[in-house]
Every structure is written in C-alpha cells, then in structure tokens.
Design a protein around this ligand. Structure first.
Ligand SMILES: C[S@@+](CC[C@H](N)C(=O)[O-])C[C@H]1O[C@@H](n2cnc3c(N)ncnc32)[C@H](O)[C@@H]1O
Length: 221
C-alpha cells in the first residue's frame, strides 16, 4: 500500500476523524496523567486536527495549528485556529504555557526541526507534551490507516522516531524530559476491537505498545 502524504491523508480522513480508536483513547489517558494542567493557561496544540482535545482543555487562550484545513473546518467552539506547518509555526517566541503535539510528530520527517519549533514557542519553565504512534507498533507491522468514504483502507505516511532520538532532539531544543509513558493494547481498549469484530487482533496484539507519550519542561532562559 502506498502511503499518502499527511496533508492529503487528513483531507480524506477529516469527515470521520473524530471517531475514537484504541490509539486515541490510550493517548488521551496518558496525556491526562501528565502533570501539565491546561486550565487557565495559554495552550497551543500543534497538529490539533479537529481541535477535539483543545476544545476540552479549559485554557484561557487556546490556539490550534494544523496542516489540513479540512480537519480544522470540523472544529467546534471558540478557538483560534490557523492552517500552517509544525516546522514553521506562525507564532512568536516563548508565548505559550503549554504546547501539545499529539499524534503528529511521526508524520514529520525531521523530528529535530519539529522539537526546535515546539520549544521556540513555549515560555521558559513551560510544558511541552508530545505523543506518537509507538515505534514498537510500527516494528510489529502496524501502520497509520483509516477507511475512506468508499471503505478502502488508506495509509498515511509515518516516520519512525525512536524515543531516544526524540529525547535527544528535545534536549537539543532546550527541553528536559520529565516523564515517558507507553500505552499498550489491553483490557482498557478491548471494546474497540470487539466493536470492530476484531477480537482475534486484540489477542494477537495484547501487550503491544501503540502509543508513546513524552512530557518535557522548557529550561529557564
Ligand atoms: C492523528 S491526527 C491528530 C490530531 C489531534 N492532535 C488529535 O489528537 O486529535 C494528526 C494531525 O497532524 C496534522 N499534521 C500532520 N503533519 C503536520 C505538520 N507538518 N504540521 C501541522 N500539522 C500536521 C494532520 O493534518 C492531522 O490533523
């Protein structure tokens, strides 16, 4: 299967993107466990998609950036949104208390450049949270896929960035690792497999890491 570039993939995925999956469910829980409150903070969500997480964050200022206008068009609520690339954020330095980049960095070839941008827009002492499709899942043969309007399985490009490479890129950008967590297939997500009549896959994937979550703090200037 030829993988589509992210811009084209999410144009097609946008109408159905908000359906939660085992990966998105685990990802949300892992981020919630990090100590990086968003209430009454200035929050930036890089690769916010439909802004489904941003709209729930109770931030005093909520800004979302995404490459795909079709994803942004599905957002609800009063959020400031802009179509732009994570590698060239149209935002000034050091402004946000919390910067999220959730399930996006694997779509970016150059994770060093991505971390540099995430760090640039975060204030000193602020939090940067990055999640990714886990390299273990990719190594086990799983891919970033969805079904388009015709029911055809479509793959979106994904670049593997090992946890160590991400932590090194973050460190180079002035971000200190606070916590690393993994989300694995287990009872918590069994219902997603059951609802899709894929309990065979559930049993074969049991214990496989599918989400990587990293929490960083921006060093003081
Ligand atoms: C898996 S979705 C995650 C959306 C959202 N963060 C969430 O968790 O619901 C990945 C998103 O990243 C966006 N994206 C991919 N590459 C990007 C880039 N270089 N710059 C900005 N957004 C990008 C896609 O358009 C898509 O909306």
């Amino acid at each position: 299967m030829n993988a589509l570039p992210a811009r084209e993939g999410y144009r097609l995925w946008a109408p159905r993107y908000n359906a939660e999956t085992a990966v998105s469910h685990l990802e949300e829980r892992l981020v919630a466990e990090f100590v990086a409150p968003t209430e009454d903070r200035a929050l930036l969500d890089v690769g916010c998609g439909t802004a489904r997480r941003l709209s729930q964050a109770n931030a005093s200022i909520a800004v979302g950036i995404d490459l795909a206008p079709e994803m942004l068009a599905r957002s609800q609520g009063k959020i400031t949104l802009a179509a732009a690339d994570a590698l060239a954020l149209p935002l000034r330095d050091g402004w946000f208390d919390v910067v999220w980049c959730r399930l996006v960095i694997g779509h970016v070839r150059d994770c060093t450049a991505a971390y540099a941008e995430l760090s640039r827009v975060c204030r000193s002492g602020g939090a940067v949270i990055v999640t990714d499709f886990h390299p273990d899942a990719f190594a086990a043969g799983h891919r970033r896929t969805f079904r388009d309007a015709s029911g055809t399985v479509v793959e979106v490009e994904h670049h593997v960035h090992l946890p160590g490479a991400q932590v090194a890129a973050a460190d180079q950008a002035g971000l200190t690792l606070l916590a690393q967590r993994e989300g694995a297939v287990g009872p918590e997500v069994r219902e997603f497999f059951a609802n899709a009549n894929r309990l065979d896959a559930y049993h074969s994937q049991l214990g496989l890491n599918v989400v990587l979550a990293l929490s960083f703090q921006k060093s003081a200037a």
